[in-house]
Every structure is written in structure tokens, then in C-alpha cells.
Design a protein around this ligand. Structure first.
Ligand code: FES
Length: 63
């Protein structure tokens, strides 16, 4: 998902879960990286926000 830092969506979601934050800059830091070109930020922000929303409102299918 982040080519500059070789971060996958799974790595980003795990880091966000560990630190309890959806702020991309904090998640990158938790991965031991920092933002470089910035191309990935919109997609990463959407991924983290979607995950946070799903965590708050689990799908009915999961019940
Ligand atoms: S693709 Fe993520 S910082 Fe460049």
C-alpha cells in the first residue's frame, strides 16, 4: 500500500490496532517509518477510517 516504505495494508492495520490511532503519521511511526512522497496517504487514511468504523459497528453478518 505504501511503496516508499514497503508497507502492506495488513501491516498498517496491525500497527493502527496496536497503538489505537487512525492518524497515518502515527501509524507510519509505529511501523518504524515516516511519510515520504505522500502518494499513499489518501488510500491509507480511507483504509484506517474504514477499519475504525467496522470496529465501532461490527457487521450484522458477524453475529
Ligand atoms: S507511497 Fe507511501 S510515502 Fe510514498
Amino acid at each position: 500500500m505504501c511503496v516508499c516504505n514497503a508497507l502492506t495494508d495488513r501491516m498498517l492495520l496491525q500497527a493502527a490496532s496496536l497503538i489505537g490511532s487512525t492518524r497515518p503519521s502515527r501509524v507510519y511511526a509505529a511501523c518504524g517509518c515516516r511519510l515520504q512522497c505522500g502518494t499513499c496517504v489518501p488510500a491509507v487514511a480511507r483504509l484506517l477510517q474504514r477499519q475504525a468504523a467496522e470496529t465501532r459497528e461490527p457487521s450484522m453478518a458477524a453475529e
